[in-house]
Structures are given as structure tokens and as C-alpha cells.
Design a protein around this ligand. Structure first.
Ligand code: COA
Length: 159
């Protein structure tokens, strides 16, 4: 049996594993240096999901009363198990704890998996950046008043 999945802060020692996951699965991957810069900033919150190894990660940038999702990725071999939902839930809770009231992000308009996840978090499309990704449009999504509208069922889930 595998280990229970845990969510914990993304540390510098995680960068090789996270950057490898990113490089293998993102069309425009962040370099290790970007990860170092991002996790070192006080206005960011980054976490990893781990059981036998790192199976996903994600982060937010805090800007005033807004939290912007900067990155979210789950190992393709481990998708559909609720890991993405757990990571995003934890990021929202960390954002609310840091004073964020609204959640926003940009997503490829054809990224059905991410869109399904985000819609289930109450994020709604408010605008389009045409051809932002070259071959695809970016949808700008928002969820307002996350601290008050967030259902209590989003407390850390166990796996
Ligand atoms: C988007 C992503 C993070 C989802 O991670 P995941 O662990 O597979 O998602 P979960 O198992 O937690 O699923 C949560 C919800 O997402 C939606 N979802 C997940 N996979 C889906 C799919 N293939 N099609 C449609 N909706 C999907 C569903 O609403 C699902 O809820 P449900 O299981 O109750 O139906 C993952 O697909 C991924 O890493 N994609 C590549 C990177 C990426 O697109 N990141 C987002 C960039 S903005």
C-alpha cells in the first residue's frame, strides 16, 4: 500500500522533482530558477502533494485582497484521484489565511480538466485573452468573496 498523501510547503529541496514534473508536462515549463525565485517570495504560497514522491504542486501569488493561481500540476499518472482538488483547496485556505478575498487565474480555453476543476470551485470566466497561448485563448476566471462563500467541506481532505 502507498503512503497517505500529504500536502506541505514547497521547499527548495523539492525543486529537482517539481521541475522535472513541470518540464515533462508543461508546454512552456518554468525553469528551476523560476521555482527558486517564486518559493522565496513572501507574497507567494507554494505547496506540494507527496506520497511515495511528489505527485503534484501548485501556488498562488497574493496581490492586495486577491490570490492569483500561478501554477498547478498533477502527475499525469495520478490524475483523477482528487489531488488537484486537494492542492487547490489548500491554496485557497492559505490565501484566505493571508487575507485574500478573491481568487483569479488564467487557463487555456480548451483545458477541459482544469476548467472542470475551476468551475467546481465557483470560478467563472470573466474575460478572454485571444491567442494568449499562441494556439489557444486564455480565459480569465474569478471567484469573489472566497472566505465567505467557501463551503466548509473544503477543509483539508485526506487521501
Ligand atoms: C487540471 C489538473 C491539475 C487536475 O488535477 P486532478 O488531480 O486530475 O483533478 P482531480 O482529480 O482533483 O479532479 C477535480 C475535478 O476536476 C475536474 N476534472 C478533472 N479531470 C477532468 C477531465 N479530464 N475532464 C473534465 N473535468 C475534469 C472535475 O470537475 C473533477 O471533479 P470530480 O472528480 O468531482 O468530477 C490536472 O489535470 C493537470 O495537472 N493538468 C495539466 C496542468 C494544468 O492544466 N494545470 C492547470 C493550469 S491553469
Amino acid at each position: 500500500m502507498g503512503k497517505l498523501m500529504t500536502l506541505r510547503a514547497f521547499e527548495e529541496a523539492d525543486i529537482p522533482a517539481v521541475a522535472a514534473l513541470e518540464a515533462a508536462n508543461q508546454p512552456r515549463p518554468w525553469s528551476p530558477k523560476v521555482f527558486i525565485d517564486e518559493i522565496g517570495r513572501s507574497d507567494r504560497r507554494y505547496i506540494v502533494a507527496e506520497d511515495d514522491g511528489i505527485v503534484g504542486f501548485g501556488g498562488v501569488m497574493l496581490v492586495g485582497d486577491e490570490a492569483h493561481v500561478t501554477n498547478l500540476l498533477v502527475d499525469p499518472a495520478r490524475r483523477g484521484e482528487g489531488i488537484g482538488r486537494s492542492v487547490l483547496t489548500k491554496l485557497v485556505l492559505l490565501s484566505v489565511d493571508s487575507g485574500a478575498e478573491h481568487l483569479t487565474l488564467e487557463v487555456r480555453s480548451k483545458n477541459e480538466a482544469a476548467l472542470g476543476l475551476y468551475r467546481s470551485f465557483g470560478l467563472a470566466p470573466v474575460g478572454v485573452r485571444p491567442k494568449y497561448y499562441g494556439d489557444d485563448d486564455a480565459l480569465i476566471m474569478w471567484a469573489h468573496d472566497i472566505a465567505t462563500t467557501w463551503p466548509s467541506s473544503t477543509e483539508e481532505s485526506e487521501h
